[in-house]
Design a protein. Sequence first.
Length: 177
Amino acid sequence: MTGLEEIYKEIKSCKNCNLWQYATQTVLGEGPQDAKIMIVGEAPGKEEDRTGRPFVGRAGKLLRDTIGSYLIKKVYITNVLKHRPPNNRKPKKGEIEACSKFLLEEIKILKPKVIIALGSTASKFLTGEEKINVAFEKEYEFMGAKVLVNYHPAAVLRNPRLYDKFKKKIDEACVNL
Ligand code: URA
């Protein structure tokens, strides 16, 4: 078994918080184990919970279209939480504490050059900065990876004026591919 498969097995049976009770299934990371870029979102939404794949709903389509069908295959996509919070509510502190160990394992195994944190939950976890607008302007380091913070694609859907900045940040990160 590869390192990731072992982690996936653990995630699938994880009951360290209550979210497994409400979710249809776990949503594991997706992408090649030698990916240089890792994208980290917040938690699965409705469509992700239904299909078992990260970023496949409306926000996911925007993300995937922005990266492009060729480059997306070279990127590893995952979330801080692997089970959907009911009604897509924000993850609780205890849920992040319980689940983030799996993200740490994913980073340890993949050793990405660049991590793109999408939205405030991933940004706070990976940079320690509370305000996404502050983190957006900076560069951080986490477990040997460069961390770039970007808006969550769901926020871009709500406020299309953010799209140009969102795309520019994605392009900046994908230069590393
Ligand atoms: N939003 C996220 O943060 N992650 C997903 O996988 C889907 C939507």
